[in-house]
Each structure stands twice: as structure tokens, then as C-alpha cells.
Design a protein around this ligand. Structure first.
Ligand SMILES: C[C@@](CO)(OP(=O)(O)O)[C@H](O)COP(=O)(O)OP(=O)(O)OC[C@H]1O[C@@H](n2ccc(N)nc2=O)[C@H](O)[C@@H]1O
Ligand SMILES: Nc1ncnc2c1ncn2[C@@H]1O[C@H](COP(=O)(O)OP(=O)(O)O)[C@@H](O)[C@H]1O
Length: 289
């Protein structure tokens, strides 16, 4: 049986804004890839219907935590009478653009769907996830993706899987703050998947974030000494660069200034959550046979 379920980080390999809908949401083009690095969650199913989060996050009330919101949403939708106690091992910085909150929510949906035996389909879980946040569906689906619309229309992609060095420049960036900035570029020319795979694309939010959060600019400048095309993920604040091997990424990690948190991780097109869910299904089949 699975004890700890992974909630991996994602990075946006590029991020363009192509327009804005009448409801204020932005139309995007982006490419998501997962990292072999992230949070972990442990679920203990209970006979009574309470949902208890045993690990508290500073600054997030338990009822606002996306883990609790995801569990409640699934419990109500699938009319589940069981409950759950959840432990969280939090590694991903909040407001870092690594999608930690969304990934925690997706792992909760995917794991509890199995542990509570709800039998919702992946499409149903992704639709539920979208109610919690724009980034939740890609974590539910678990494959690297080209995304359009407000980030919910996916095409699976298989870009190279390099090693990354990721720096969290010790500042949190709110997605809503960046999307409400007047100087944000909102009219990028659409690009194609083939164009992206050939190297087109950048993160259009970088200039606004660098201006509002100088540590992000400093981290990008620092990384540029060691790697071509350092980039910000999502609306920040983390920045990343790619390397051909774990050793190359590790060597640069040794030099990262102490006041920044940093880590290395391999990029992966199938998410650790998806692999874990398959392991879970296999273990059930073994027990049944
Ligand atoms: C733009 C991305 C790229 O990955 O940024 P990051 O959050 O990862 O940095 C995400 O899609 C973000 O997803 P997520 O963080 O789940 O966003 P949400 O909670 O749904 O929305 C936060 C706020 O951002 C704005 N928002 C979000 C998504 C979008 N396509 N257009 C928007 O204008 C809305 O004002 C919304 O209130
Ligand atoms: N389980 C959770 N983990 C992280 N953040 C959460 C969680 N639940 C709710 N949040 C809220 O979501 C915000 C965004 O967090 P996160 O997804 O980690 O960053 P980002 O969207 O920049 O990748 C946090 O600042 C926090 O207020």
C-alpha cells in the first residue's frame, strides 16, 4: 500500500498571455512539465465523515487549505460517508510558481478517489479540480502538457527531460497581483507547439515581476552566469535553468547564495503522482489475484 502520496512541483517552460476574457481571466499559452521534487501527503481513512488536516501551514487557515477544500469537494460530489485524516510534508515554497497548493489539491483528489472508492473518471476529477484553481487539472492528469484557454485546454507533449536548478529568491508572488498589473503584456502572438519545441517562447510576466519583486531579477541575473536562458516559472517567484546532468546542476547549486533556497530536480513528463496511482492500482490487482 502507498503510505505517502507525492504532490510534485510543476514549472512553466514558457508563459504567454494572448488575451483577456470578459470575466477578467487571462487567455494563456503555456507548457507544463513536472519535477521529481515536491510535497508528500499521507491519508488515513476514518469511518466518521470528518476531514482533518493534521499539519497546519502558517498563513493558511485549515478551511482555506486547498487540501481540505479538495477533500470536501470530492466528499460532497461523490456522496462519501467516510472521512480522512491528512498529514502533509511541505517542501514547496508558497507563492513560488511551482504550483504546490494546486498539486496538493490534485493529489488529494486522485488519492481519495481511490481510497474512498469514488470511481470518478479523470475528466470528472479534472473538472472538480478547476473549481479549486486553474493549475489543478494538469496535476490531476499527470502528463506534461501544452495548455491554452485559461490554462485548462490541454495537449500532451513530451519535451526533453533535463535536470533543473530551481531558486526560490525568498519572496512570494501572488498570481492575482501580477494578473492585475496594468503594464502586463496581454497581446502575445499565438505560437504553435512545433514552434515551442523548436525553442520559441518566453515568460511574458517576467518583466512585471522583476520590477515589483527585485529579488526575482537578482536571481535571474545570478543564474545567467551559469546557464543559457534562465527563466521564471508561472507568475514567479521561482526561477530555473536547465542542465544536461545531475552533476552539472549540483555544481551550480553549491554556489547559490545562502539567502536563497534552491534545489535540483529532474524534469519529468509523467508525474510522480501518476506513477504512484498506477502502483496503487497494481497493488490492488495483486491483492485481488
Ligand atoms: C498563470 C499560472 C501558470 O501556471 O500561474 P502560477 O500560479 O502557476 O504562477 C497559473 O495558471 C495560475 O493558476 P492558479 O494559481 O491556480 O490560479 P487561480 O488560483 O485559479 O487564480 C488566481 C488569480 O489569477 C488570475 N488568473 C488566473 C488564471 C488565468 N488564466 N487568468 C487570470 O487572470 C485571476 O485573477 C485569479 O483570481
Ligand atoms: N496546501 C497548500 N499549499 C500551498 N498553498 C496553499 C495551500 N492551500 C492554500 N494555499 C494558498 O495558495 C497560495 C498559492 O500557493 P502555491 O500553489 O504554493 O503557489 P503558486 O500558485 O505560486 O505556485 C498560497 O499563498 C496559499 O495562500
Amino acid at each position: 500500500m502507498i503510505e505517502w502520496w507525492p504532490a510534485p512541483a510543476k514549472i512553466n517552460l514558457f508563459l504567454h498571455i494572448t488575451g483577456r476574457r470578459a470575466d477578467g481571466y487571462h487567455e494563456l499559452q503555456t507548457a507544463f512539465q513536472f519535477l521529481e521534487h515536491g510535497d508528500k501527503l499521507k491519508f488515513t481513512i476514518t469511518e466518521t465523515p470528518e476531514i482533518i488536516l493534521q499539519t497546519q501551514l502558517t498563513d493558511v487557515a485549515a478551511d482555506d487549505n486547498l487540501i481540505v477544500r479538495a477533500a470536501k469537494l470530492l466528499q460532497t460530489t461523490a456522496k462519501v460517508t467516510l472521512g480522512v485524516a491528512i498529514q502533509l510534508y511541505k517542501k514547496l515554497p508558497m507563492g513560488g510558481g511551482l504550483g504546490g497548493g494546486s498539486s496538493d489539491a490534485a493529489t488529494t483528489l486522485v488519492a481519495l478517489n481511490k481510497l474512498w472508492q469514488c470511481d470518478l473518471t479523470e475528466d470528472q476529477l479534472a473538472t472538480l479540480g478547476l473549481q479549486l484553481g486553474a493549475d489543478v487539472p494538469v496535476f490531476v492528469r499527470g502528463h506534461a502538457a501544452w495548455a491554452e484557454g485559461v490554462g485548462e485546454i490541454f495537449t500532451e507533449i513530451d519535451p526533453p527531460e533535463p535536470w533543473y536548478l530551481v531558486i526560490f529568491p525568498d519572496c512570494a508572488v501572488s498570481t492575482a497581483e501580477i494578473f492585475s498589473a496594468t503594464e502586463l503584456t496581454r497581446d502575445c502572438e499565438p505560437i504553435t507547439i512545433a514552434g515551442f519545441l523548436a525553442g520559441e517562447g518566453s515568460n511574458i510576466c517576467e518583466s512585471v515581476v522583476k520590477k515589483l519583486h527585485p529579488p526575482v531579477a537578482q536571481a535571474l541575473t545570478w543564474l545567467a552566469q551559469y546557464a543559457a536562458i534562465p527563466r521564471m516559472t508561472g507568475t514567479g517567484s521561482c526561477v530555473f535553468a536547465r542542465f544536461n546532468s545531475a552533476d552539472e546542476a549540483e555544481n551550480v547549486l553549491q554556489n547559490v547564495p545562502e539567502h536563497w533556497h534552491a534545489f535540483t530536480a529532474k524534469g519529468c513528463n509523467e508525474s510522480p503522482l501518476s506513477l504512484c496511482a498506477k502502483d496503487f492500482d497494481r497493488s490492488l490487482n495483486v491483492t485481488a489475484n
